[in-house]
Ligand binder design. Structure first.
Ligand SMILES: [Ca+2]
Ligand SMILES: [Ca+2]
Length: 289
């Protein structure tokens, strides 16, 4: 009796698992809707017998969520960096433009001045402060000043006095045909004009004797010949650079003397030749930068 009942039980168990393996619809303990994070997937398709297993995807979801968050974070950071870089670049560009405009405007108010001897106008690019007549001490006086002056054509005169010290004369080109520099026009006994010039945006000015061109990074304002007073006269004057294309102050050519201008020539010995040449005109150039 018990043996018979045991056999029947075994048969029922085998039939149950047979049905379990062969039934295409497997009853689940929970479906996807009821168990978030759990998915079902077929395990055995090849035998045309569905076997489904429930997988807990909670960890997978957490990893996926962390992965997405990390990449979103990195993407946002990269995008923000690009945006910030562009903002900074735009800001710098705008700031540079403002600075450049401000500096340019400021530079208009600064510059250097120089006197252009022998001409009434300034070189191209320079502003004329005033034009006038060259003046100086009498060539035969041992006292007085030593520098040539650019006297404006619109003077504001002081009171006339009896005190005797008339030492302000006009300057003549005391340059005869036999001593004039190469290429120089004859203006003997004619008076010397001058122009005071302002070159804006510059901070330095030099007068180079012995050259007619500037060194690199310097701009030539004008060039000409170095001149001063005569060696045998009592009056001593500074060297000035007289424009290569000098002109007379007016049409008068009377021999009035006063302050005089002579060309300067080299003398070898203490002056090394070469590089210099004996008894040569001395070129000069006024340079700014
Ligand atoms: Ca004269
Ligand atoms: Ca004279």
């Amino acid at each position: 009796m018990y043996v018979e009942m045991g056999c029947i039980y075994i048969v029922h168990v085998v039939m149950f698992y047979f049905v379990l393996l062969t039934n295409p619809v497997l009853s689940a303990t929970c479906d996807d809707k009821e168990c978030p994070g759990v998915i079902s997937m077929p395990l055995i398709d090849g035998v045309k017998a569905s076997l489904k297993a429930d997988l807990d995807t909670t960890d997978l979801n957490n990893h996926l969520k962390a992965y997405i968050e990390q990449h979103v974070k990195e993407g946002v950071q990269a995008a923000m960096k690009d945006v910030m870089k562009q903002l900074v670049d735009d800001g710098l560009e705008e700031a540079n433009a403002i600075i450049n405009a401000t500096v340019k405007e400021h530079l208009k108010g600064i510059g250097v001045t120089y006197t252009r001897w022998g001409r009434k106008a300034c070189p191209t690019g320079a502003e004329l402060v005033y034009t006038g007549q060259a003046g100086g001490n009498h060539f035969d006086s041992s006292g007085g000043g030593t520098n040539y002056l650019c006297l404006p054509n619109d003077p504001e005169n002081g009171q006339q006095q009896s005190y005797n010290n008339p030492e302000l004369f006009g300057v003549e080109y005391e340059i005869y045909s036999d001593i004039k520099p190469h290429g120089w026009r004859t203006m003997t006994d004619m008076e010397v004009p001058c122009a005071v010039c302002h070159s804006s945006g510059k901070s330095s000015k030099i007068i180079i004797p012995g050259r007619h061109t500037c060194y690199s990074d310097w701009r030539a304002e004008y060039n000409g010949y170095l001149m001063s007073s005569y060696k045998g006269h009592k009056g001593r004057n500074e060297f000035v650079c007289v424009d290569l294309n000098a002109e007379p102050f007016d049409n008068r050519s009377s021999d009035e003397n006063g302050a005089l201008l002579y060309p300067i020539r080299t003398k070898c010995g203490s002056l090394r030749c070469p590089p210099y040449t004996n008894s040569a005109d001395v070129l000069c150039v006024v340079c700014t930068k």
